[in-house]
Write a protein that binds this ligand. Structure first.
Ligand SMILES: [Fe+2]
Length: 138
């Protein structure tokens, strides 16, 4: 039973953004499953690295849409991405220092999994509504 499961309630209706979100949830679950199997740092590090790279790629896609179509909430939305990246960098440092502890896993669930759900429901859906109103990205 996955901890973070993408479902239709999280759909923005912009296909490439939704596909990215689905994959990010798969990666987070992958991480939690590896943790529950008792895997150590060396097994889990590639999952964290992949998540980190993929989130950057995903944010770049959204930011390109915002820039290309002069989205009025661009700076607010981008500031949320920036804050997330800073939190994620702190989490990565914590992972390197303390390894895969239950405290680290709880922090990752909260600051990545829960954050993403909230961000999608409010901020990404608002962006998607704007893009769809411009008859693009359907
Ligand atoms: Fe976003």
């Amino acid at each position: 039973m996955p901890f973070y499961k993408w479902d239709e309630s999280l759909a923005t209706g912009v296909v490439d953004i939704d596909v990215h979100h689905q994959l990010i949830f798969v990666i987070i679950n992958n991480f939690i499953e590896e943790y529950l199997r008792g895997r150590g740092k060396d097994t889990i590090r590639p999952v964290i690295d992949f998540l980190s790279d993929y989130v950057v790629k995903h944010f770049s896609l959204e930011e390109k849409y915002m820039s290309d179509y002069s989205y009025p909430e661009y700076s607010f939305h981008k500031s949320q991405h920036t804050q997330f990246r800073q939190d994620f960098d702190r989490l990565t440092s914590r992972f390197e220092n303390e390894g895969v502890t239950s405290g680290f896993v709880d922090a990752l669930k909260q600051r990545v999994g829960d954050w993403l759900k909230n961000h999608i429901m409010e901020v990404d859906k608002a962006l998607a509504g704007f893009l769809k109103a411009k008859c693009i990205c359907k």
